[in-house]
Design a protein around this ligand. Structure first.
Ligand code: ZN
Length: 305
């Protein structure tokens, strides 16, 4: 790397329906980008590899690579199955080594991988709804419920990574819906994801009138999740995204229910502000931008080390 050879970073967002892959400049702007439909792992990863090989010929070699992927994933770089998908409902993908999508020239380059929600949280914290804050939770409510967590500017890892969408709420008295989660039935994901809303009410929120019980119940469960995330990790902001949160009417009620469940116990002036719980500022761009940030961090760590 030099002034004559500016930094380039490969950024890959691997999702259940599509993979977005970009070769980016030093600021994260894509020099070239592609969307590839997610099919079986061999076909999909080969297309990503082909794209990166061709893009590097046109724009120059990448210096690092960051990946944001659906999970669950092994994130411990010392583990034998690092960057492998673990047991996943996505047919055929369990055990897949995601580094197989790297071109040969990138296999020894600085590399980082994280969950899609941790990467989105990182992008929102650095460039979006959490700018200026050191901590943030990104909660996506769509086909599932995922929680990405940034503390002290870094994504949280441990055994694997947080799975707070599978915490469980106190059930509403009038809610007899059994829940859809194959592991826990009535965890938050089982009760309040998009598929759970459709199964319970026979309709999506956008097809229901705003005074329908579905909105209050949804806001209550998400308010409980917000409160639990605050009690556990104390992030300075909660960003709620995903298809279900496109219903703007949810935000006001969600803020009120989060306050209700916190019960006045957490004594911070931030909590009562409308910007404590917000929509994403980056929209769908947060995945690939988060992957870029992971790659850039890996490059910095590699250069410093
Ligand atoms: Zn669950």
């Amino acid at each position: 790397m030099s002034a004559a050879d500016p930094v380039r970073i490969a950024a890959i967002e691997a999702g259940g329906t599509k993979v977005v892959v970009a070769l980016c400049d030093a600021d994260g702007a894509p020099l070239e980008q592609a969307r590839i439909a997610t099919r079986d792992p061999q076909t999909t990863l080969a297309e990503v590899r082909d794209f990166l090989e061709a893009a590097q010929l046109r724009h120059g070699t990448a210096h690092a690579c960051g990946v944001a992927s659906f999970g669950p994933l092994t994130l411990d770089p010392h583990a034998a199955d690092y960057a492998h998908l673990r047991r996943t409902p996505k047919a055929g993908w369990g055990g897949t080594d995601l580094r197989a999508m790297l071109p040969v020239n990138l296999r020894a380059a600085p590399f980082a991988i994280d969950t899609d929600v941790n990467a989105a949280a990182l992008a929102e914290q650095r460039h979006g709804a959490g700018r200026g804050l050191a901590s943030l939770a990104y909660i996506t409510v769509g086909t599932g419920i995922g929680v990405g967590l940034i503390l002290d500017g870094r994504p949280v890892h441990g055994l694997l990574h947080p799975e707070a969408g599978h915490l469980w709420p106190r059930r509403a008295e009038d809610d007899a819906f059994p829940g859809l989660c194959p592991f826990h039935a009535d965890c938050f994901e089982g009760l309040a994801s998009g598929p759970a809303i459709e199964a319970r009410w026979g309709a999506t929120l956008d097809a229901l009138p705003p005074d329908h019980r579905a909105f209050d119940l949804q806001a209550d469960y998400l308010g409980q999740l917000a409160a639990q995330v605050v009690l556990l990790a104390a992030p300075e902001r909660l960003v709620f995204g995903g298809g279900v949160m496109a219903q703007q009417a949810l935000f006001t009620r969600l803020r009120a229910r989060a306050q209700h469940w916190l019960g006045g116990y957490v004594d911070s002036p931030l909590l009562s502000r409308d910007d404590f719980i917000v929509a994403p500022a980056l929209g769908t761009a947060s995945g690939v931008l988060g992957a870029f940030e992971l790659g850039r961090d890996a490059l910095r760590a590699g250069t410093e080390g």
